[in-house]
Design a protein around this ligand. Structure first.
Ligand SMILES: [Ca+2]
Length: 424
């Protein structure tokens, strides 16, 4: 055996041993990296799980492909700030990627009245006619299900054109698919207006459902009884065709889909096609305070405001699946369903006053499951949180809301923070 051959044998053995050691150590290192940090993740606690009765069912439909990426890699950092110095960001959407000629940029609404496009650089598109007062302003944003080919997007905004405050939904076409040009909004069309508005309780979330209908969440506009009036657009979940017309299968012959809501700012669908919303409970003097809600929404159902709150029941009125009780306030806003290949299924929602990302874990395997456990993440780490969105890359994107006049912003607020869901 030559000296050179002996050295070759020794080097080969060492390399094989190193490779084997790396393969064994990798899963442990990965687990350690993604292990929940004690300071950020509180232990789960069981909340008031209500709804002793079987939750209502809706006909399952195909889940929206945009909310459950099939095979996300998810090998990025656990927490990463991806945008800073935003001015009251409210909604986030992702443009399609380059395969369709788009940039994959983020589009963000800012409540004072701007649409911000964030990619390699940042451009600001002013939105005309927005009245920013109290909780009102430029709020929701949704891309058409066929946005990649038609460029249509929808905005929800508070206006003051008719004298008092009202809210409306407008549709635009986004021009410019390249980073080098300034984006513009063209073909402005008001598709729904005269949604009652006020300084507070303006709702404002927009989302296309798996049925390709546009859902619009509204608030009671500080006129509680309007929530019980099915001829009023206040205190409702609304459902529209993409041109603003009323779908033939809506329950009351108008845009109303469900009613008896106080102020809905979060909406999502789970993998069984069920519609979930978050809803702000009453503020002011206790014991009527707190009682923020997570509701499973069914066509034509009445969610009780202002007749019942919390654990109260009444014939014909739906109780929430979860509520915060009177000792806690989440002030819940945006909401996103999360599932992955491990079988995890959760509803995430952002808390303003609660300053946390809430996770309601859904029961496994049940066709009609209920949320039975709520976990708080990042409690007080980032301040007030307005929204959580599942990105096309499978990560969760959190929008802070510290510049909204009710928070304590730092020099880089407001932010968009990308969270690797494996952290949880
Ligand atoms: Ca309710």
């Amino acid at each position: 055996m030559t000296q050179r051959f002996k050295i070759w044998i020794i080097v080969s053995v060492v390399l094989v041993a190193l490779a084997a050691a790396a393969a064994i150590a990798y899963p442990f290192a990965k687990r350690a990296f993604f292990a929940p940090r004690e300071s950020n993740v509180e232990t789960g606690r069981t909340l008031n799980t209500i709804n002793g009765t079987t939750p209502p069912t809706v006909a399952p439909v195909a889940p929206d492909a945009t909310v459950a990426p099939e095979d996300p890699t998810l090998d990025g950092p656990a927490v990463e700030t991806v945008a800073t110095n935003l001015d009251i960001p409210w909604e986030l959407a992702f443009l399609p990627d380059s395969s369709g000629g788009w940039s994959g940029d983020m589009l963000v609404t800012q409540r004072p009245g701007q649409l911000v496009r964030i990619g390699q650089d940042r451009s600001v598109i002013p939105v005309e006619g927005v009245r920013h007062v109290g909780e009102g302003g430029l709020l929701g944003l949704a891309l058409h299900p066929d946005f990649e080919s038609n460029g249509l997007l929808y905005l929800y905004m508070t206006t003051a054109e008719a004298g008092g405050l009202t809210n409306r939904v407008e549709r635009y076409r986004l021009e410019d698919t390249t980073l080098s040009e300034r984006s513009t909004l063209t073909e402005r069309t008001v598709i729904l207006d005269e949604i009652p508005g006020a300084a507070n309780h303006d709702g404002g979330r927009l989302a296309f459902g798996p049925d390709k209908k546009l859902y619009v969440t509204t608030g009671d506009s500080q006129a509680q009884q309007l929530a019980q009036d099915t001829s009023s657009l206040a205190g409702k979940v609304l459902r529209l065709n993409d041109d603003g017309s009323v779908p033939a299968d809506n329950p009351f012959g108008n845009a109303v889909w469900s009613y008896g809501h106080r102020n809905v700012q979060g909406i999502t669908w789970d993998d069984a096609g069920r519609l979930w919303v978050t809803e702000h409970g009453p503020s002011g003097s206790c014991p009527e305070c707190g009682q923020d809600e997570v509701n499973l929404v069914e066509r034509g159902a009445n969610y009780g405001w202002p007749t019942i709150t919390g654990d109260a029941t009444a014939t014909g009125l739906r109780a929430p699946v979860l509520h915060s009780g009177v000792d806690d306030t989440w002030a819940p806003s945006g909401m996103a369903f999360y599932s992955d290949v491990s079988g995890a299924r959760s509803l995430f929602f952002a808390g303003l006053r609660g300053s946390a990302l809430y996770e309601a874990r859904l029961d496994d395997g049940s066709a009609v499951s209920s949320a039975t456990q709520l976990v708080e993440h990042f409690k007080s780490d980032f301040g007030r949180l307005r929204n959580v969105v599942r990105g096309p890359d499978g990560y969760l994107y959190i929008l802070t809301s510290n510049t909204d006049g009710r928070g304590a912003p730092d020099e880089s607020d407001d932010k968009i923070i990308r969270v690797n869901p494996r952290l949880f």
